[in-house]
Design a protein around this ligand. Structure first.
Ligand SMILES: NC(=O)c1ccc[n+]([C@@H]2O[C@H](COP(=O)([O-])OP(=O)(O)OC[C@H]3O[C@@H](n4cnc5c(N)ncnc54)[C@H](OP(=O)(O)O)[C@@H]3O)[C@@H](O)[C@H]2O)c1
Length: 282
């Protein structure tokens, strides 16, 4: 597995495994155990996914040393603010049955996320997190945060795939040395993703499928990707991307697929913000 270096010197695997939309605890435990057995060493969960306990159990029973796993979680909006966020970090640690997180993110740029960031800074100082960061922070929010706090976020996790390549955000990530991590690297199959003709054609040349070409494009561009799969066959395909290289011409063809738009949501739509901020955790 290749690694990248975060701005505080912490190493992060360039490919990981996401567990969004696997709320069933037995299913989640099985899936994470399988992912670890297949070779994934980065697991991405969140307070809002309601599966931190299952992830913790899967890690414990996997036999893989905790130190070899890069574990990420995210503070949900309803836990925003310094005190609530600090308490929620403790709760995540308890549920995940671990002394530390490798990465803790602010899930959404809503609520009192300045207070949340202060809690993350504290958690970093106290060794409860090895790295901290944000998610879904578009360039304006990110720049504001970077200019307000001493500790720059190590990561910004954003919807990033061949149809949304985050070209507006990326110069600012470079400027503030924030690592881009891709959520939805396979666009959850939207837009007939797995039949995309350009990716199919490139894949045929390398004896790889569309998912493998799409993931290779991200990691070869220096972006950390965290595909989700409940199928062992897909897990194996998605990690089998380190034995080929896309040519500059192929990269250019894939760059041209960018629509610069989300396939999922609009963070600037008040109705979407209302829906997210109404979501309370049980
Ligand atoms: N920060 C945020 O706001 C945010 C938002 C969304 C997601 N995330 C994180 O990012 C992770 C990944 O994103 P995502 O789960 O939304 O979507 P994704 O990884 O882009 O897509 C997952 C979908 O692709 C299918 N799939 C996976 N590998 C495949 C393959 N080789 N061939 C065909 N189909 C394949 C999966 O089906 P099978 O299960 O059948 O394989 C699943 O339906 C999440 O799990 C989560 O950790 C974060």
């Amino acid at each position: 597995m290749q690694h990248l270096l975060l701005n505080n010197g912490v190493r992060i695997p360039v490919l990981g495994f996401g567990v969004f939309q696997i709320p069933d605890h037995l299913e989640c435990e099985r899936v994470v155990q399988q992912a670890l057995a297949v070779g994934y060493r980065l697991i991405d969960t969140a307070q809002a996914y309601d599966n931190e306990e299952a992830v913790g159990r899967a890690i414990k029973s996997s036999g893989v040393p905790r130190a070899d796993i890069f574990l990420t979680s995210k503070v949900w909006v309803s836990n925003s603010g310094e005190q609530a966020a600090m308490a929620s970090i403790e709760e995540s640690l308890r549920k995940l049955d671990t002394d530390y997180l490798d990465l803790m993110l602010i899930h959404q740029p809503f609520g009192d996320y300045y207070g949340t960031y202060r809690a993350l800074e504290r958690a970093l100082k106290e060794g409860k997190c090895r790295a901290i960061g944000v998610s879904n922070f578009f360039a304006d929010r990110l720049v504001d945060l970077c200019n307000f706090f001493e500790v720059k976020p190590q990561v910004n996790q954003m919807e990033t795939h061949v149809f949304q390549q985050q070209v507006t955000l990326r110069p600012y990530l470079d400027k503030y040395k924030v690592q881009l991590q891709s959520w939805g690297p396979l666009a959850e199959g939207k837009n007939d993703f797995f039949n995309q003709p350009v990716l199919k054609k490139i894949g045929a040349k390398h004896h790889k499928n569309v998912a493998q070409v799409a993931l290779r494009f991200l990691v070869q561009s220096g972006i950390v990707a965290i595909p989700k799969s409940s199928s062992r066959a897909h897990m194996e395909q998605n990690i089998d991307i380190f034995d080929f290289e896309l040519t500059p011409a192929e990269i250019e063809l894939i760059r041209n697929l960018d629509t610069r738009r989300s396939l999922f949501c609009n963070h600037h739509d008040p109705k979407f913000v209302e829906a997210l901020t109404a979501l309370k955790l049980s």
